[in-house]
Design a protein around this ligand. Structure first.
Ligand code: GDP
Length: 468
């Protein structure tokens, strides 16, 4: 997106295009009011000379060439700078339908507006200083939120809570930078041991800034789960009840359940909600030796899903003995976060929780259940909430859930500050201290978008939908 041409007037359909009650067309830029004046007529077909700011006006949009009315609308003009973009904005609420919305857009474009790129309205809000970059990113997060918790977090970011916190750290570092610089200026007057005040300054960084950054960086994974949902893969040898459990968890017949081995050959995905967090669950081909060619491809995909998942639900079968196939799965999932389920507890069988614990040296609990009983699926969801999602839900209350870009910036800032504090003799190296403080502060600048280049902005705003 070319920032240089940001002063032209842009327009977009802001609602999903389809049949519905209301569709909204947005216009932003210096020509917005002129375009509205040209197109809008009152109920009696007269042009309207004045549009008070931030007020709805009832009337019609007509085709300026044929003068034919196109649709009955409620239009609002919002004068800069108290608008979303910081520019003059017009919103036209018309009826929603493919023809009417596209016609409206055509007419507005015929008056000189350009169709906006994805995220261009929010980009303008950022460029006009109405939002910092962390707030602009929160707009996309709100739109893409897949859990109530993620929505709550994105709301905090949009209100500026995170941006304000980052600004506070930034000011703190700038103050320190200035003080270190001042010491540098008087370096010649210092004794050979250097300046003892510098150690005091650094200890403030150590106690006030570093712990806050550490907390956010270390809770990134929990925050990510809230933002993106938890991905959980069901693994186990054929016929242990993976598909039955998937169906029980999502509450409908999503995967085929048969007594024949090797029927699930591809990865089947669905989702359910636990404590406001989306859990995406993948049912996979059962892993066993000597599969046929198609089944082998399914097993390949299973192994890939295991690598990518946040949690592996490893299912064992109470009604059959543990075999080498179970051993191979155990090997394959080592290093992953695993919850072990012993299924088919309604039947008699040789495999007990204790047998599994002993054979595989399991430390955590083995969840015993029957996938055919709905109440057991509910119990498993509660266990997921208490054992797996609890940390994420708790951390959401005590810290900020940041996105990957913000996490990377914070991690680099943290490293720079830790390097400064780890200098064995910081007083002797004030230049190094100053450099690290500056490096950390620049990372905080990047979170707020204070020195964002065009490429970064393009990358961020291209995540948005058109009309936002
Ligand atoms: P998958 O191959 O691991 O996906 O296993 P399926 O879900 O297809 O189940 C294989 C067979 O075991 C089917 O006949 C299911 O009805 C049966 N099954 C699954 N879970 C249970 C259970 O908890 N108890 C009993 N008795 N049968 C089960």
């Amino acid at each position: 997106m070319d920032i240089a041409c940001r002063r032209d007037t842009i327009c977009a359909i802001a609602t999903p295009i389809g049949i519905g009650g209301i569709g909204i067309l947005k216009i932003s830029g210096a020509d917005a009011l002129r375009i509205l004046r040209t197109l809008f007529v009152t109920r009696t077909g007269k042009p309207r000379s004045s549009f008070p700011s931030h007020r709805l006006c009832h009337g019609w949009i007509r085709d300026p060439k044929t003068l034919e009315p196109v649709d009955e609308v409620l239009a609002s003009y919002m004068a800069a700078p108290r608008t979303y973009t910081g520019e003059d904005v017009v919103e036209i609420n018309c009826h929603s339908g493919y023809a009417v919305l596209n016609r409206m857009l055509e007419i507005v474009v015929s008056q000189g507006a350009r169709v906006a790129e994805p995220g261009e309205f929010t980009q303008r809000a950022f460029l006009s200083g109405r939002l910092d970059l962390s707030q602009a990113e929160a707009v996309a997060d709100i739109i893409h939120s897949r859990s109530q918790e993620a929505l709550k977090q994105a709301g905090r970011h949009l209100r500026g809570d995170f941006g304000r916190e980052v600004s506070r750290w930034r000011e703190h570092l700038m103050e320190l930078e200035a003080q270190v610089e001042a010491h540098l200026d008087f370096a010649e007057d210092l004794s050979e041991e250097g300046d003892p005040a510098l150690a005091g300054l650094l200890s403030r960084v150590e106690t006030q800034v570093i712990p806050a950054l550490e907390r956010i960086v270390s809770h990134y994974e929990e925050g990510r789960v809230l933002r993106e949902g938890l991905s959980m893969v069901l693994v186990g040898k054929p016929n242990v009840g993976k598909s039955s459990l998937l169906n029980a968890l999502v509450g409908r017949d999503r995967a085929i359940v048969t007594a024949m081995e090797g029927t699930t050959r591809d990865v089947v995905e669905d989702s359910f909600w636990v404590a406001g967090v989306e859990v995406r669950v993948l049912d996979t081909a059962g892993i066993r030796q000597k599969p046929d060619a198609i089944e082998s491809m399914g097993i390949e995909r299973t192994l890939r899903s295991v690598d990518e998942a946040d949690l592996v639900l490893w299912i064992l079968d109470h009604s059959r003995p543990l075999t080498e196939d179970d051993d191979r799965i155990h090997e394959r999932i080592s290093g992953k976060r695993v919850l072990v389920v012993l299924n088919k507890m309604d039947r008699c069988g040789p495999t007990t929780a204790q047998a599994a614990r002993t054979r595989y040296g399991l430390e955590g609990d083995v969840v015993e259940l029957c996938a055919l009983r709905p109440e057991d699926a509910q119990r498993l969801k509660k266990i997921l909430q208490d054992r797996v999602l609890k940390e994420a839900l708790l951390s959401a209350e005590s810290t900020f859930a940041v996105n990957r870009r913000q996490r990377d910036c914070l991690a680099r800032a943290l490293e720079a500050l830790q390097r400064a504090c780890a200098l064995p003799d910081p007083e002797a190296w004030p230049e190094l201290v100053s450099e690290e403080l500056r490096a950390a502060r620049k990372e905080l600048d990047a979170i707020l978008g204070l020195e964002a280049d065009e490429e970064l902005l393009d990358r961020i705003f291209s995540r948005f939908c058109i009309g936002k």
